[in-house]
Design a binder for this molecule. Structure first.
Ligand code: SOE
Length: 396
């Protein structure tokens, strides 16, 4: 960090790269911060494509090798927006080189990688080198309110946690075999890609880690076209198909450290649900419910109220007293998906300027990775599945 600016180098420039770029462009114009990000280097393997992306997204220069980005003296912070198979090697090299790291979720593709990253992050912190994992939904004002209500005891003892992340972008069996459906690239399917968000959100809002799971995973479409069908393809090329090596959906039961029980669902086959990250928490004194598809609202039920006046009330979380809201618009105008990333880098920069460890940490990312691995281990152990008898004698 040179004075009041910090040089950022970003690896990867697809969906997450675009979302992070928007955050780096706007954060210091929306929030008063002691440090301003410089969008110094964008890294991508294809130079021409990376240069076009840098021009569009607002990056000053381009690298085609992430190792050279880390060696660049103008880079103080490495922002990792690549598929999960490269998170560990890039983060470990960056931390060793004294660069702060923001790493997209999930932290890694395996627990072993996540453990190495968390250990390296803890060591780097002793050198004043900070790290954060990108669970951006923590930065929705309604989620911050949910966490506050639980922490203030407004729900009493938490009994049930119900979390879903529902999408439908691959219901069409002809959707091509992109990296998110390849285990060697993504680590897992819906479980790690969107289930990770549901796990982190549930643990963040309740303040209680998951201690045990029982899981089920399913892959509905087991092979897909290698490339999207288009007029230019030869019939032979269009016919090429490859195996889907990850889950299309994951469902699991959970126990939390505070005694609550939970059920989770992460699927890419919820036809009609586009980006429905939902959380409901039921406690002895009340409940709350959040749905990202109505992200500016939080439903709250106070169970201590007169039952004749009870039930869920819809809170518009747009008053200036809520975290981040005052930086944007008057009450009732609302925020969007992109604001969660701006809030994420705002909190990262504020922590760096204060010499503090940002949250969620790599240790938080490791906890999520352990939950994901436990679900996969449980789902693979068919012994936990009890068949329901059928037929007249039950022998069917
Ligand atoms: C999956 O489609 C995905 O892009 C996730 O990878 C992101 O983390 C989520 O924010 C939106 O959906």
């Amino acid at each position: 960090m040179s004075g009041a600016t910090i040089g950022v180098g970003m690896v990867g420039y697809a969906f997450m790269g675009a979302a992070h770029s928007q955050a780096w462009r706007t954060v210091h114009r929306a929030f008063d911060l002691p440090v301003t990000p410089r969008m110094a280097v964008l890294c991508g393997r294809d130079r021409a494509a990376a240069e076009a992306a840098a021009a569009k997204l607002g990056w000053a220069s381009v690298e085609t090798e992430w190792k050279r980005l880390i060696e660049n003296g103008d880079v103080d912070l490495v922002d990792i927006c690549t598929p999960g198979d490269t998170h560990a090697e890039i983060a470990l090299a960056a931390l060793a080189a004294g660069k702060h790291v923001l790493c997209e979720k999930p932290l890694a593709n395996t627990v072993a990688e996540a453990e190495a990253m968390a250990a390296a992050a803890a060591e780097a912190a002793t050198r004043g080198v900070r790290s954060m994992v990108g669970f951006n939904y923590r930065r929705v004002p309604a989620v911050a309110l949910a966490r506050r209500l639980v922490a203030e005891g407004r729900l009493g003892d938490v009994r049930h946690v119900r979390a879903q992340y529902l999408q439908d972008w691959i219901v069409d069996p002809e959707f091509p075999l992109v990296w998110r459906m390849q285990k060697d690239k993504a680590g897992s399917g819906a479980l790690g890609d969107i289930g990770a968000h549901a796990v982190d959100l549930a643990q963040f809002v309740t303040g209680s880690p998951i201690t045990g799971v029982s899981g089920l995973t399913e892959t509905f479409v087991t092979e897909r076209p290698l490339v999207a069908s288009s007029a230019g393809l030869s019939a032979e090329k269009a016919a090429e198909r490859g195996p889907v090596t990850v889950d299309d959906t994951a469902l699991f039961l959970a126990r939390f450290a505070d005694g609550a029980v939970g059920n989770f669902e992460a699927t890419r086959f919820a036809s009609g649900r586009k980006n429905a990250l939902r959380l409901e928490v039921n406690g002895s004194a009340g409940s709350l419910a959040f749905d990202f598809e109505a992200m500016n609202e939080l439903a709250f039920h106070d169970h201590t109220e007169d039952p004749e006046l009870g039930g869920f009330r819809r809170i518009q979380v747009t008053e200036p007293g809520h975290p981040y809201v005052a930086a944007w618009w008057p009450p009732g105008h609302g925020l969007g998906y992109e604001h969660t990333f701006t809030h994420e880098v705002r909190d990262l920069l504020a922590a760096l300027a204060a010499g503090e460890d940002p949250e969620p940490s790599f240790a938080d990312g490791l906890q999520v990775q352990r939950v994901l691995a436990a679900v996969e281990e449980s789902a693979a152990a068919s012994s936990v599945w009890t068949r329901v008898a059928s037929g007249a004698t039950g022998a069917g």
